[in-house]
Structure formats: C-alpha cells, structure tokens
Design a protein around this ligand. Structure first.
Ligand SMILES: *Cc1c(COP(=O)(O)O)cnc(C)c1O
Length: 442
C-alpha cells in the first residue's frame, strides 16, 4: 500500500517549494555530464538557455486556436514547410505534434480513415518490422488496427521477402525506420516503398530519431540511402524536433506526401455548444512554447549549423564505437548515424552484469534484448564523457568477467529471468505491476 499524500491544507512559499524541488532534482542522473544516453538531447548550455528564453516567452500561449496567437500559426506552418523541403516533399503537408508517439498515432489513424474512405477496408492491417518503435503497436491497439510484425534479417533490417509475403487485401500501410532506434540501423526504405507502391497502400518512414540527423550527415558527404519523399512510394514521414532536432520537449512533426492524405488526420465538429471545433491532432491544448522553440531552433541552426553539429557528433560517435570495439564488445548490425548498440562480443562477460556495474558508477544504462546489448544515443554532452565512459566500461568488463555470479543479482537477474520465461503473459503481468508501483507515493 502506498502512503497517502494529500493536498496540503495551507500553501508553502515559492522559495520553500523551489528548495524542495532543487533538493529532489539534485538526486537525479546528471545528464549534463553525459551520464544519460537517451531521454535528453542537449546541444550545450547556451542553446538550452536560448530554448528556455523562447519557451518562457510563449509559456502561456496555446497552439489549439491560432486565431488568438497568429505568431504560433506562422511558426507551425513554417516548421512544416521547412521540414517538408528538407525531406524533398514538394507537395508535402503536415502538422506538428507533441512527440514521436503522437506523430505515429496520427499516421496510423490517418491511413485507417483513408483506407476506409477510399477502399472500404474495415479490418485494416499495418505491416512493420519487429524493430519498429512500440508506438506503432500502441497506435494499432488504440485505433483498432491489426499490427503484423515481420522478422528482420541477420543485419537487423526489415526483411523484404517476409514483408511482401505479409501483404494482403487488408494491408493499409507498411512501416520502415530511418533508422530504427534499437541499433541505429536503416531499414531498406526503397524496397519497402516499392512494395507499398505496387500494392497501392501507404508507406510510413519513421524518422523520429533520424529525421534531423540523416539529411545533415548526407550534406557532410556521408553515404546515406534515400529515405524521404524523393523515394517513390513513401507517403508519410515522422521526425522528432525534440530529439536530434535539439528543440524543446513536446515537438515532433508528421508529414504526408500531399494535403489530401493529411485531411484524414484532422478532426472537426460543428455541433458543440462551445463553438465550432477543429483540431489537427490528438491533443486539445498545445503548449505554445514547444512550437515556438522548434521554429526558433530551426532558424538558429540552419543547414550550416546542423551540418557542423553533426560533423562533430558523428566523430564523437565513431570514437565511442572504436572505444567499445577495442574493449572486445561487438556493435550490433551496421548503424548509420549517431546511435548504436553493442553486445558482449569477445569479452566473455555478461552485458547485463556490466550494465549493473556501470549504473553503480553513476551511468544511466539502456539495456536491450534480442540481442542482449547496451544502447548509446550520442549527443554533444558525450564528447567530454568519452574517456571516463571507456575507463568505467573497461573496469566493469574485467570485474564482470571475474564475477559471473553477479548475473544472479540486480537487474541482470531480472533480464536473465525475462529471457527464460516461456510465457509472455507472465512478463506482461510483471510490467503491469511495475506500472502500478510507479504511482505509489512511498
Ligand atoms: C523516440 C522514438 C519514437 C517515439 O517518440 P517519442 O517522442 O518518445 O514519443 C518513435 N520512433 C523512433 C524511431 C524513436 O526513436
């Protein structure tokens, strides 16, 4: 049973409440030291101060109804236009959303409604590789669409043969990632898009993590396979401004090849006594700060700014890849950009024991299964953390090799157990329990 926390009878001064916050905050993982490899995308203190200033300027403004705030309307329209151009979509049209998950949910809903209206499909199916972000499962679950998972090949890429075999008259959409999150590997976008085009269904490219990275790596001369609207058959793209776009949180974009397709995303209602209502996406109230900060960030960096940032970020990533490889770890698949995963390789140590040891040293570690690995999303905060990370990783590797019994403790034990439980519903039960515990106040 959790302790009951009640609304305090009387208030506390701003100063005292803030003190409490600062104290609690100081116990969280220090992302600014590069101790977190996901969740936070930090392009430096100066940039963060700029974002705060912009966000604060629009702190109370609401993007729900641009009538009152024409400046927000301008920013959102211009963000959509700039990103459409970046993705070579001459006729592309989109909306901003609160994040990658909302962009993905909107895309799945859009294709569901499109397929029903134009083809009368009542039992829609979406085909996706097993590495796709869970937001697609979530969207399918929320919107009554069937998620068809297809296996990946030995390089962690969507399998074209398996995808083709899964297509049927209910297929409304094929999904590919550019790149996928777990290993930073590109799906064969052109191949998937060709299948979609041949079948006459949609093809969504999930560039949530890669959309604001790949174009700039390419501009720096790297060999990046086409993933955007230049590929025939690609009909929509999602890309997160609040990740590798380095905007403030609460900002993503979903773009469709044309306005006609986007139309299926919108919701309108004329009958409400509260007035005529028209909403682009899932949320009602939309924080003006995220929209303004996204616009401000794109204008601050520009093409040249992002190119420079990604030149540096890519060389930091290469350093990390070299560092972990030299310690005997193996990089999973062939990652394209600034995120990747590594498995134990020739180290002879359990990667999950190593993860536990790294956490004791103050790193926040992202553990993955299939294959068992540690995930790194490299950001500018990590350049200065490299030496310390590699030194700690080496120490953890050596200690883990000498202490295999640690696999029976901590998170390593839990991951080991989950891998051996044959019944997935048991793991689901465990995850539901975890969610309940999350809301306990003790
Ligand atoms: C992060 C991510 C998402 C989900 O985005 P949120 O902003 O966390 O909702 C979807 N797809 C990929 C590839 C991602 O990396």
């Amino acid at each position: 049973m959790s302790n009951k926390v009640e609304l305090p009878k009387t208030g506390t001064s701003y100063g005292q409440v803030f003190e409490q916050l600062e104290k609690a905050h100081s116990g969280d993982t220090r992302w600014s030291d590069g101790r977190v490899f996901s969740l936070v995308y930090h392009a430096g203190d100066e940039h963060t101060e700029f974002l705060k200033k912009v966000y604060t300027l629009y702190f109370h403004e609401n993007g729900l109804n641009p009538g009152a705030f024409p400046s927000l309307k301008k920013y959102e329209a211009e963000v959509c236009s700039m990103v459409a151009h970046l993705f070579q979509g001459e006729t592309a049209a989109g909306t901003m959303t609160s994040g990658g998950s909302e962009s993905i949910m909107m895309a799945v809903k859009t294709y569901r409604d499109w397929a029903f209206a134009t083809k009368g499909i009542k039992t829609p199916e979406v085909i996706m590789p097993s590495t796709v972000h869970p937001a697609f499962d979530k969207a399918a679950h929320y919107f009554g669409v069937k998620a068809i998972k297809v296996p990946i090949d030995q390089h962690q890429r969507a399998d074209l043969v398996a995808t083709k075999a899964a297509i049927n008259e209910n297929t409304i959409l094929i999904v590919g990632s550019a790149p996928q999150y777990p290993h930073g590997v590109m799906d064969p976008i052109e191949g998937l898009a060709a299948l979609a085009k041949a079948h006459g269904c949609g093809m969504h490219v999930d560039a949530c993590v890669g959309g604001f990275m790949l174009p700039f790596l390419k501009a720096n001369g790297q060999d990046i396979p086409a993933f955007d609207f230049s590929v025939p058959g690609v009909t929509s793209i999602s890309a997160d401004l609040h990740k590798y776009g380095f905007a403030a949180k609460g900002a993503s974009i979903v773009l469709y090849r044309d306005q006609d397709l986007r139309r299926y995303q919108f919701f309108v209602s004329k009958d409400w006594p509260g007035g005529m209502f028209a909403s682009p996406s899932m949320t009602g109230t939309r924080p003006g700060g995220s929209i303004a900060a996204a616009w401000a960030t794109l204008n601050y960096f520009g093409l040249e700014g992002y190119k420079k940032l990604y030149g540096e970020l890519f060389s930091t990533t290469q350093k990390f890849q070299k560092g972990v490889t030299e310690l005997g770890f193996k990089i999973v698949g062939n990652p394209i950009g600034t995120l990747f995963a590594f498995e134990s390789g020739s180290t002879g140590a359990s990667i999950f024991v190593i993860a536990d040891l790294l956490e004791k040293k103050g790193w926040y570690v992202d553990r993955q299964m299939n294959p068992d690995s540690i995930h790194l999303t490299v950001t500018p905060a990590h350049a200065a953390a490299f030496e310390r990370y590699v030194a700690d990783l080496k120490e953890a590797r050596d200690y883990a090799k000498d202490h295999p019994e640690l696999a029976k403790e901590g998170m390593a034990a839990m991951y080991g157990m989950c891998a051996t439980i044959p019944d997935p519903t048991m793991v689901h039960q465990f995850l539901y329990q975890y969610m309940d515990q999350r809301y306990e106040t003790s």
